[in-house]
Design a protein around this ligand. Structure first.
Ligand code: GAR
Length: 189
């Protein structure tokens, strides 16, 4: 039985692309859908290029949720992966995918998480704090931003001469290495 994934992404989509590439021609796992809440999301472009069906839904649809859920069911989606997705997940989708929806956050949660904390803002906050380590957190999704049960964290050092760009690159490298592997483990266990 093939397990189908939907990726939710709001921005550049480098993680989405990396996950699509990882599962390309996989016998057991298929990235079937990329959904976004932003018409400008470059993730859409990446999905199209790689031949993955993608769709934009406006704010109203994300608030209401039933059209989205119908699409997820029609595409037989088993598992949802958030990859730089910045909107709240509708309650009906949370309910329909208990422990079957994961998020990645570019810090060691509970530090530097929550509404409005994403991407470079997170890295700048880490630098401002003087922390000597950062990393990534992969966690189940719930109704609060960045608060679901933590599955795993990976760490990297923060160097004294880091800028948010160099730190972001180091953290992104962890995301590319581990996110697809963790998804695969969760889906096949
Ligand atoms: C990633 O670093 C991801 O961890 C972060 O957004 C970036 C998306 O990059 N997510 C959050 O901050 C969630 N709160 P990408 O669009 O290039 O994959």
């Amino acid at each position: 039985m093939v397990k189908n994934i939907a990726i939710l992404a709001s921005g550049n989509g480098t993680n989405a692309e990396n996950i699509i590439q990882h599962f390309y021609e996989n016998e057991h796992i298929c990235v079937k859908l990329v959904l976004t809440n932003s018409q400008k999301a470059f993730a859409l472009e990446r999905a199209r290029k790689l031949g993955v069906k993608c769709a934009y839904f406006s704010k109203e649809f994300w608030a209401e949720g039933s059209t989205l859920l119908t699409m997820l069911k029609a595409e037989k989606i088993d598992f949802i992966v958030l990859a730089g997705f910045l909107a709240r997940i509708p309650d009906n989708i949370l309910k329909a995918y208990p422990n079957k929806m994961v998020n990645i956050h570019p810090s060691l949660l509970p530090k530097y998480g929550g509404k409005g904390m994403y991407g470079d803002k997170v890295h700048q906050a880490v630098l401002d704090s003087g922390d000597t380590e950062s990393g990534i957190t992969i966690h189940y999704t719930n109704e609060h931003y960045d608060e679901g049960q933590i599955i795993v964290q990976y760490r990297c050092e923060v160097k004294p001469d880091d800028t948010f760009v160099t730190l972001a690159n180091r953290v992104h490298a962890l995301e590319y290495e581990y996110y697809p592997k963790v998804i695969e483990r969760l889906l096949l266990e």
